[in-house]
Design a protein around this ligand. Sequence first.
Ligand code: PMP
Length: 443
Amino acid sequence: SRSDVHYFGAGPAPLPTAVLERAAGALLNYKDMGIGICEISHRSPEANQVLADAKQSLTTLLDIPDDYEILFLQSGGSGEFSAVVYHMVALWVERRRLRAEEDLRTAIADGKTEGGLEANVLARLKKEVEEELKLDYLVTGSWSLKASQEAARLVGSKHVNVALDAREANGGKFGAIPPESDWRLTPRIREGGSGSALVYYCDNETVDGVEFPSFPQCLETLPEDAVDNDPPLVVADMSSNFISRKVDVKKYAVIFGGAQKNVGNTGITIVIVHKSLLPPAARLASPDLLRQLNLPVGPVTLDWPTIAKNNSLYNTLPIFDVWVAGQVMGDLVQTFGAKKIAGQEDVSIQKAKLLYDALERYPQVYRIVPAKTVRSRMNICFRVCGGDADKEKAFLAGAEKSGLLGLKGHRSVGGIRASNYNAVPLEGAQKLAEYLESFARAQ
Ligand code: PMP
């Protein structure tokens, strides 16, 4: 039964039992309406309240500033790989268009440039896109790699600058983050460079067990590059460490994450986006202009301005999924009070330490995959007996017998992965640490 088991799946992942028990009731009879939450209209007052509550809890947990909006989409984390490109490129183009218009209007008035304003602006933008459009990606694992590949698919690989491929300095494998001095970011405008449309990274690499220890120092000053109150240009995928530690939201243009690890069940993706990318202030190039520049225009269901204008209800949002996420987040608000997400951060560090300490005690049996400074608190990846297939099988079989489930590593890398998300209780981490000890002693 559920109480005999601890589950360490990487996503879908465990959910708090208390939330599932409330969910069972809500599925049958929501707020005594006689119908269940999956049956109510997404446009009903009840659904609106579910959305408002979830947003409020997330705002409280992460101290999200007023100039950010929270959106709920059904894109999956992967859908946001594309959405990020559509929007950040449209922002870059609009910024260039405004500058070109200003320069050329004066030049035309002074008789220095011939022809109409619009044609001149378009010609200049075509040249700038061709020569200067760059999207910077920090590739530290499978998911940032996939995101960078999606960018290349959408805008062409010559516009994608892989500013860091962490495999290069690590024998062709992910597992380290080289020093910032080795990153090859596109030179900033104030340094005489052309600047990039975004700097993208994945805060926690689910498959490879690599987590950024903190916000990259060299990106701290990016907002200062911004002209005319542009937003910061940093985009982060926080799918697998969402609401597990403090985040300084104002350093980002966009933070996104699928719900199915730390927040809720599969079905929704949460996007925290700076309002300069949204109406009424949205400074995004029009679809017409993007088409003329051979740049991609995304589907309307991924269009953040459209989603924002409709309070995330442009199309039918799975309100049950939002409700579950809202319950999980609401419980964290209750549990940690004034500490907010820092309370959850403490617990996640404590649980991760238990497991890494147990692994480190038996270096002859366990090899932790990532480098010590970038070890994930969320996805603890290791090999057993040098990756011996039979030993790893035996490890998993023994774990299962002890009620410890979901420990098999991702199919692309093998090995063992213990996902230590928020809903894994301290007791679950303790049980796993004990099993690590007993298995190692038996070798
Ligand atoms: N980013 C990260 C860090 C992930 O772990 C995942 C899913 N495991 C994704 C993106 C993709 O999410 P989805 O499957 O919802 O598209």
